[in-house]
Ligand binder design. Sequence first.
Ligand SMILES: [Zn+2]
Length: 322
Amino acid sequence: MKTKFLLLFLFTIAIISCNTDKTITINNAMLLESIKILSHDSLEGRGFSKPGNYKAQQFIANQFKEIGLEKIAGHEYVQEFPYTFSGKRRQRMFPIKNANEDFSNVTDTTVIGGNVVGKIAGKIKKTIVITGHLDHLGIKGGKIYNGADDDASGTAALFAIAEYFKKNKPQHTLVFAAVDAEEIGSLGADYWLKNYKNKQDIVLNINMDMIAHNDSLRLFAAGLYHYPQLKKPIENIESPITLLFGHDNPKNKKLEDWTFSSDHRIFHKEKIPFIYFGVEDHKDYHKPTDTFENINKEFYIDAVKLIINAIENYDNSLNKNL
Ligand SMILES: [Zn+2]
């Protein structure tokens, strides 16, 4: 009997060690709680330079502190930046009651935005920057645009990813950036990258924008048309959801080109390779119904695990000059 058990034991060990797929574990409840908080009515849709947006910044900064992320040299977790609206632009963004009003006398207004950034120093200086945008559309026409999928999902994912890599030390330095003002032209990502002192060390941007809502359980990784060398580490990731490639070829008329659709474009313009994780537009996209209740919770958890797997594969392979 004893020999039988020993054989069974050895056999089990052999199976476990043959299985190279690493099972990613995250705190599912915490992930869902974070996206719920970020898309709560009390944050009023996180409109750029609005009180709900500042609340979101504080919440994210507290999470980064609790997780134990280091600060980036040059600023606190929150990196403030000024932005001046031309009077007319402001009028277009925040329309007042009478749309026909002559606003030629409206003066320019300077407001303050804020990115929230932290890092985990790796063994090497080469850096992977992981982004999600903290802002959304705010309140329009008296309705709160909660932006649960867009992009509380990418922002809350930053916490889960950061927690994972605090426990599983990466080789690369990982920067976690919840950037502001994506919805009005990626102002936050642009400001951050322009002012980041170690830009030459960045080897990859992983951008997450809308990763929590797809009824067919399909997540896209866009960017491989421009950076085909990034395909190998993500082509065989096992997951209950489907990872598809595309939405990055300007010549493909069937699939919309997402190369410039979110903050990864700021990195792409600087010739920094990117992978953008996102879903196709859904019925709640840029609507007040983009709420916590309407996301696909299981899909979201699996998407975050898949992205962690991808980052881990890049961390292990980028340094070996694929
Ligand atoms: Zn977005």
